[in-house]
Design a protein around this ligand. Structure first.
Ligand code: LLP
Length: 384
């Protein structure tokens, strides 16, 4: 029976592999999201001790089916534009307004005016709205995004603190913030910070918790502390992501020290990155002396992360899973830019036109950051 189970499993994988190859061949390029992984990730975060609100940062992936699934599983949504808020409201009309947190930066006055009227949670990440449009916030509950002074994450472009980051109200402006809040007649009910994206050490959220809870002595109406998102996921084989049990211990300790505060988090990547892959069919091969290129049907128009951050996505030739990897190649797309590379110096089995390559951990900030550059439509999306 043991052998039988192993054989069945092998057959199962074989069938799934063939399903994926068929999708890649049918569409040339496709993002594929796995509902079971999405569900497991959401449930794991909901089960964390000490946390009462998980607000999915839907900038990572706003596929309507993913939003519906997360809403069913009890998640709220962190939105950074009026358009994201409207998208959530349209996708899940029954969603409570209390499950939407609006955290724009440098948005125009009209977006705040609209948002406060909706009765959703609104975050201010600058003094400007309070100085220039105090009338909007009279008698309103607001969140303030704090710049903790320390930024963290997988790349300079995704670290969001310190004077060289455009985000948050710096700690040295707290006196003025207090005055402006009072003058506007607003109430600070929540404090919020997000230090960056792709963070692996749970010490990050401990220090964010310490920084924010220290401010509650000054802002007496605060009852919610939002520790941000940023949970890193493994992108290379063998890499360790955030250890959820350690994360939970940190949250539980913070909650025990501040039992009256409600703790929230707002991850994006953690919930969707590993649930998604990009498939792309091989179009052409080229060798320039020692350097070999494998061209695929889509490039930075679907997945800009390697070009923008030097981000790593594992690449697998699904068509030749059983072949030995013997070639070192650069995997490139069809876009007219030298930066249009999806993987550099990758070890792959000898590849041929028509093969289907899989790009891993592509569920977050993949399709969401895609474009129609060169008038090439990005990969379509499929939920399985
Ligand atoms: N909250 C706020 C206020 C944020 O700005 C972000 C991400 C998140 C939560 C969610 O962060 P996550 O849990 O996904 O790390 N495009 C980059 C990531 C940019 C993140 C922007 N803000 C990438 O592809 O790595």
């Amino acid at each position: 029976p043991k052998d039988k189970a192993a054989l069945e499993l092998k057959q199962w994988w074989h069938d799934r592999r063939n399903d994926l190859i068929a999708l890649g061949r049918e569409h040339g390029a496709a993002y594929v999201y796995d509902r079971a992984t999405l569900t497991a990730k959401a449930k794991a975060l909901r089960a964390l001790p000490g946390i009462e609100g998980v607000f999915y940062a839907l900038k990572a992936n706003w596929h309507p089916e993913i939003i519906k699934l997360f809403a069913e599983l009890g998640l709220g949504f962190e939105c950074v534009s009026r358009f994201e808020v409207e998208h959530v409201m349209k996708t899940v009309p029954s969603l409570s307004k209390q499950k939407i947190l609006f955290t724009p930066n440098f948005a125009p006055r009209a977006e705040y005016e609209w948002a406060v009227e909706q009765g959703i949670w609104v975050t201010l990440d600058n003094l400007h709205p309070l100085k220039a449009w105090p009338e909007l916030f009279k008698g309103r509950d607001v969140f303030i995004r704090i710049d903790t002074g320390y930024g963290r994450g997988h790349h300079d472009k995704v670290r969001t603190a310190g004077v060289h980051s455009k985000f948050g109200v710096p700690l040295f402006e707290m006196d003025e913030l207090e005055r402006l809040v009072k003058a506007a007649g607003a109430k600070v009910v929540g404090l919020h910070a997000h230090t960056g994206s792709g963070v692996f050490s749970v010490d990050n959220w401990k220090s964010v918790g310490d920084t924010l809870t220290a401010l509650t002595a000054r802002f007496k109406d605060v009852r919610i502390v939002d520790l941000g998102g940023g949970l890193g996921v493994p992108e290379r084989l063998g890499q360790q992501g955030v250890v959820l049990s350690e994360f939970g211990e940190t949250l539980a300790a913070l909650k025990a020290a501040h039992p009256k505060l409600t703790l929230w988090i707002e991850p994006g990547r953690y919930l969707v990155a590993e649930a998604g892959v990009l498939l792309a069919q091989v179009t052409q091969l080229k060798g320039k002396g020692e350097v070999h290129y494998v061209g695929v049907a889509t490039g930075m128009n679907s997945l800009i992360r390697p070009a923008l951050y030097g981000a790593h996505h594992e690449i697998v030739n699904l068509t030749r899973l059983d072949d030995l990897p013997t070639e070192v190649v650069n995997v490139v797309g069809p876009i007219c830019e030298s930066g249009d590379t999806l993987g550099t110096d990758r070890l792959l089995p000898p590849t041929q036109e028509g093969d289907v390559l899989l790009f891993a951990t592509a569920g977050a900030y993949g399709r969401a950051m895609s474009s129609t550059y060169n008038l090439r439509e990005p990969a379509i999306e499929v939920l399985v």
